[in-house]
Write a protein that binds this ligand. Structure first.
Ligand code: PMP
Length: 304
């Protein structure tokens, strides 16, 4: 494959039929989003946010892009902004991985840390404050921006449908941080298969199942407020996965499949195996592996 630039490498990631024993011999297909050039599913979003800002006239050649992020969206935004030579400030709660923050800086972004205990809400408030100070600034705000679910509905969902050709999909399982990934892909797959069951994955400590909010090691998923993208969305349920289960599958997948997956992917696999128990024999289940473990090595992702 000959490509002319980094941006041509965004999307069209492999869909892997996981070679493993599953409940009811369900086929689990995982979209391997770590194969995007910035290393995660959020490269698609970074480009969509910047391009929509330009199209709507909110971003000109001098505009500073400011975004609150747990990391991967920041890398995606920094990558996209580089194409248009736009300055970028990313507001990241201090707890998120050293590797992700280093990669943002490598792409020329400035990283502004907020206190870990203030969570993503603290980062959102700080991003708005910085934008007001700068004036000529744009905060795409992935947590509310319709470009977020839209890009997954437009690109990732159809890629899955094309790769599976005529195999009917019984269930879709994916984690939620901003909720854009789940909402967009769920809509796309449900258009093709109206009976599709959709399960959102959250770490213990996230609030979707009504559990108490607390910190968790699983990075990139978990919500502090109900994502607006879930309004009017038709889904079946929420699977809450412990950090221990998520990290168990991170290690299991490396040892048994030779694949490096991040903790939100480990949680997605743990939830997929639970959902498989409820499906008919030989059904097809689709899930998403958003990034690689390589950006969590400093957090000792492979150590028990
Ligand atoms: N996994 C990882 C590693 C992520 O960085 C993100 C984005 N924060 C997600 C899952 C969840 O994606 P979304 O924000 O679209 O819900």
């Amino acid at each position: 494959m000959l490509v002319e630039n980094t941006y041509d490498l965004i999307g069209h990631t492999p869909l892997m039929h996981l070679p493993m024993k599953t409940p009811n011999d369900v086929n689990i297909y995982a979209k391997l989003e770590m194969f995007n050039p910035g290393g995660s599913i959020k490269d698609r979003l970074g480009m969509a946010l910047i391009q929509r800002g330009i199209a709507e006239g909110k971003v000109t050649v001098t505009t500073t892009i400011i975004e609150p992020t747990a990391g991967n969206t920041g890398i995606g935004v920094a990558l996209a902004a580089l194409k248009y030579h736009l300055p970028v400030k990313l507001v990241v709660p201090a707890k998120f991985s050293y590797e992700k923050q280093t990669l943002m800086r490598a792409l020329g972004a400035e990283v502004v840390n907020t206190p870990s205990e203030e969570g993503i809400k603290g980062a959102i408030a700080k991003a708005k404050e910085l934008a007001a100070e700068i004036g000529d600034a744009y905060v795409p705000l992935q947590f509310q921006n319709q470009a977020n679910p839209d890009v997954y509905q437009r690109t990732l969902g159809p890629e899955i449908l094309a790769d599976l050709a005529n195999k009917p999909i019984a269930a879709f399982v994916a984690g939620a941080g901003s909720g854009g990934t789940f909402a967009g892909i769920q809509k796309s797959l449900q258009d093709a298969y109206p009976e599709l069951k959709g399960y959102i994955v959250e770490p213990a400590g996230s609030i979707l199942n009504g559990g108490p909010a607390h910190s968790h090691r699983t990075e990139g998923i978990g919500v502090e407020f109900i994502p607006p993208f879930f309004k009017d969305l038709d889904y079946t349920g929420v699977k809450t996965i412990s950090d221990d289960d998520a990290f168990y599958y991170v290690r299991w997948v490396a040892k048994n499949l030779g694949l490096f997956i991040g903790s939100s992917s480990g949680a997605a696999l743990a939830a997929s195996l639970e959902v498989a128990k409820e499906l008919p024999h030989g059904a097809n289940l689709v899930t998403v592996f958003p990034d690689s473990s390589e950006r969590y090595l400093s957090e000792h992702i492979y150590e028990e």
